[in-house]
Design a protein around this ligand. Structure first.
Ligand SMILES: CC(C)(COP(=O)(O)OP(=O)(O)OC[C@H]1O[C@@H](n2cnc3c(N)ncnc32)[C@H](O)[C@@H]1OP(=O)(O)O)[C@@H](O)C(=O)NCCC(=O)NCCS
Length: 184
């Protein structure tokens, strides 16, 4: 089942998406704003990643698609914990000319609707490298997420350490944002 937002559709990752994913994974500007340890990613490494996707409901990965532009990014719900009802999510609008057009916000709000209203999760988590103002504003300013803590000097990039900001949102807070009209 694809997941429809106002301007994006979240669908499964297909083999045909791997070339774009490789481009995004090897883009230094994109990777500067993400966590994890980065190194050049080969086609075969990506294929291996794709072939080892878990299909047991613990990880769900989505291509963000837009009617006019096709695949524009990727998001996910990973480490889904069905007992405590939480999951971790990440976001990437890889097509840089399509940034700042509202696709990121629509993706996060759509993913929250799916996580809270379809999967019945209780909370969602993400982390953001502290210099990523765009992402911090998107999650906290436009999608209702709260900064819950910080890991000092957790990432080393461009010869400097950067904090890792821990963000979360609960189902109650999501409902409150929805009902107050702050997502409209
Ligand atoms: C961060 C990212 C997901 C934003 O996606 P986007 O589609 O460009 O964001 P939107 O157009 O939905 O912007 C929503 C809000 O986020 C904030 N924002 C987005 N880009 C911004 C920027 N370059 N500078 C400051 N604020 C920004 C603004 O508050 C914006 O609302 P506004 O346009 O009304 O001011 C995207 O830039 C991206 O994928 N970057 C690289 C990877 C990354 O950082 N991923 C997130 C990791 S946690």
């Amino acid at each position: 089942m694809n997941i429809h937002g106002d301007r994006v559709v979240l669908r499964a990752v297909e083999m045909g998406d791997l070339a774009k994913l490789q481009q995004w994974a090897n883009n230094p500007e994109i990777q500067f704003n993400l966590g994890r340890w980065h190194f050049p990613l080969s086609e075969s490494a990506l294929l291996q990643w794709f072939e080892t996707f878990r299909h047991d409901g613990m990880d769900q990965r989505f291509i963000i698609e837009n009617e006019d532009h096709g695949a524009i990014g990727m998001t996910n719900l990973v480490n889904i914990n069905w007992k405590d009802r939480n999951a971790f999510t990440g976001l990437l609008i890889g097509a840089t000319p399509l940034r700042r057009k509202g696709y990121g916000v629509d993706t996060v709000r759509t993913l929250m609707r799916y996580a809270f209203e379809e999967l019945g999760l209780e909370r969602l988590d993400t982390t953001i490298i502290a210099h990523n103002e765009a992402s911090l504003r998107l999650y906290t300013g436009k999608c209702g997420w709260i900064e819950e803590g910080r890991k000092a000097r957790a990432f080393f990039r461009r010869n400097q350490f950067h904090d890792n900001v821990i963000l979360g949102i609960t189902r109650d807070r999501y409902r409150a944002c929805l009902e107050s009209g702050s997502f409209s």
